[in-house]
Design a protein around this ligand. Sequence first.
Ligand code: ADP
Ligand code: 5GP
Length: 187
Amino acid sequence: MPKKGKLFVISGPSGVGKDTLVGLVLPGSAGLERVVTATTRPPRPGERDGINYWFITAEEFDRRIKDGEFLEWAVVHGNRYGTPGPAVSEKLEHGISLVLAIDIQGAKSIRNEMREAVTIFIAPPSFKELEKRLRGRSTECDAEINGRIRTAEDEMAHMDKYDYAIVNTDLEQAAGELKQIIEAHTG
Ligand code: ADP
Ligand code: 5GP
């Protein structure tokens, strides 16, 4: 039987750089895959179904909750997001390690359900820089950006519950730290 894969849960405020960091670390990491989660939010320009998210209807989301198909799910910034349970357990059983970028509510649920998961919090160098990144990304309107910054203040209070914290100041350095953590648990 192959050695079980590791689950790496990456969390932190919106706009801190989670997707960017995962995108940098994945290509050079054999045996490591990203979990594609499901959401009821509409795709942003350029986002593709099955690549960025599984974009599903509210009815389909309800059905998956009812049928117990989510490992965890949460309402984040007004939309619902959920981690597909069977896909995660199947890959882990087959020895494939997984990176799961989810919000802090989701990370808390996973921590309670799967004690062996490795949790990593990504923090911004400052709120000012976080705001700059959110505005620079240009994927949300002003009201949404302001909401995400307000939420970030609460989210930061959860940092000490994680196994690791990385401050994403310099992208290359933060990606290196993330890679090191992953290698330390999979090597
Ligand atoms: P998240 O997935 O956490 O919501 P993103 O990965 O979408 O965040 O990053 C938000 C924005 O910040 C993107 O435009 C990204 O290019 C930029 N970014 C990420 N990390 C850094 C960094 N270390 N320095 C400057 N800009 C960054
Ligand atoms: P966005 O809409 O900006 O892509 O994502 C908003 C937030 O939802 C991000 O913090 C992202 O990590 C989180 N998220 C994405 N998928 C899931 C999921 O399956 N469960 C939870 N709890 N959060 C998720």
